[in-house]
Design a protein around this ligand. Structure first.
Ligand code: HEC
Length: 115
């Protein structure tokens, strides 16, 4: 069977765009994690949203290269997220290259473009 070239092109584009979305993280999934009191094995019933309602206060975090949180200096957004996971929600730090970290980072970065 001969598959029309236009169909092949369509399939190639769909595969490519979904793998790019994958690499960049999914902001909608990240938002769900942000609101989940069980995110990263959190033990104190808090979600990120408890202290950062609707991401408020994090609008510039996506563009920063240095963070000062609770007396500590962090060199990446992933480290900042992990500090809040460990100290603020009593969870377990995530692998910086994990899917969940990419999703939460994508959500935090999306906050810059709101409002
Ligand atoms: C108990 C309250 C609390 C919870 C829960 C919490 N944070 Fe934070 N977070 C803070 C405080 C306090 C700071 C430092 C002050 C600030 O920048 O708002 C901060 C700072 C940050 C920053 C750096 C902001 C910046 O621009 O410097 C990020 C990113 C962040 N939190 C992400 C998260 C994520 C993701 C979660 C959920 C895993 C979370 N936080 C849960 C209190 C909390």
């Amino acid at each position: 069977m001969k598959i029309p070239r236009i169909v092949m092109l369509f399939i190639a584009m769909a595969v490519l765009s979904s793998s790019f979305a994958h690499a960049a993280g999914d902001a909608d999934k990240g938002k769900a994690l942000f609101n989940d009191p069980k995110f990263a094995g959190a033990l104190n019933g808090k979600s990120c949203n408890s202290c950062h309602p609707d991401g408020r206060g994090l609008e510039s975090a996506g563009g920063k290269t240095e963070f000062r949180i609770m007396g500590k200096t962090l060199k990446s957004l992933e480290e900042a997220v992990n500090l809040c996971i460990e100290s603020a929600i009593k969870g377990k730090a995530l692998d910086p290259s994990s899917e969940q970290m990419k999703d939460i980072v994508a959500y935090i970065k999306s906050l810059q473009f709101q409002k």
